[in-house]
Design a protein around this ligand. Structure first.
Ligand code: ADP
Ligand code: AMP
Length: 222
């Protein structure tokens, strides 16, 4: 039986940060639909261009396409024993598709951790988010800034190269994504609560404290 863990929460709640830590601890991959869609940027097809436009506006990609890329990703060898799902499912249709996908494999979602953060902090977390060029390190200019800032430019601690910002982490798109979260994704808590899988985690604690709370929740559900 695999360990499939869903990290739910508003933009900036820390899903990506925590998914990486859990992935290292449990040796199962982080599956981020946002990362999978961003990876399509290198493709020059009408579909890939449409996906980038939708993302820039902060809207959701269709359930059909999203479910398809998740199905393909979970079919890979490294995801047979489980995965940390980051940013998926985000709608009822996706939650039902995921259940069906795992059922076919004789597996199921083990735990849904809802990282709770209020709207104001979510905006600052998303707007302040910066990445190293290789995307391996995530910083936040308000909450966990890098060591160096030269002539107004934030630099990666490791390589000293300038940090980059996501195209959809600018104010308008951030606010739109947060609205979409409260309208479309947050109602999923009832779906998972009814299955007895939901655990609430206060995301307004240090990265280490959130991580400890998550590991404790996973251990209790194993
Ligand atoms: P999400 O994937 O939920 O959108 P991220 O993991 O990308 O969120 O985190 C959003 C931003 O907030 C990043 O800049 C990250 O460095 C920062 N961050 C994440 N967790 C915390 C925390 N517990 N305290 C302060 N800053 C955090
Ligand atoms: P994220 O990196 O999770 O913040 O996602 C960035 C963007 O990718 C979102 O604003 C959506 O446009 C798209 N996206 C990511 N995951 C999903 C999903 N599960 N369903 C629909 N769209 C998604």
């Amino acid at each position: 039986m695999g360990i499939f863990i869903i990290l739910m929460g508003v933009q900036g709640a820390g899903k990506g940060t925590q998914a990486r830590l859990l992935s290292e601890k449990y040796g199962i991959p982080q599956v981020s639909t946002g990362d999978l869609f961003r990876a399509m940027k290198t493709q020059d097809t009408p579909l890939a261009r449409e996906v980038q436009e939708i993302m820039k506006r902060g809207e959701l990609i269709s359930d059909e396409l999203t479910n398809r890329i998740v199905r393909e990703r979970l079919a890979q060898d490294d995801a047979q024993a489980g995965a940390i799902l980051d940013g998926y499912p985000r709608s009822q249709g996706q939650a039902q598709a995921l259940d069906a996908m795992l059922r076919e494999r004789g597996q199921q979602v083990k735990l849904v951790a809802l990282l709770e953060l209020d709207r104001h902090l979510a905006i600052m977390r998303a707007e302040g988010r910066r990445f190293s060029l290789d995307k391996e390190r995530t910083y936040n200019i308000y909450f966990n800034p890098p060591q160096y800032r030269v002539a107004g430019v934030w630099l990666d601690d490791k390589t000293k190269e300038p940090l980059i910002q996501r195209e959809d982490d600018y104010r308008d798109a951030v606010v739109r994504r947060i609205d979409v979260y409260f309208e479309t994704t947050r109602p999923l808590i009832d779906f998972y609560q009814a299955q007895g899988k939901l655990v609430h985690v206060n995301a307004n604690q240090s990265i280490e404290a959130v991580s400890e709370a998550l590991i404790q929740a996973v251990e209790q559900h194993r």
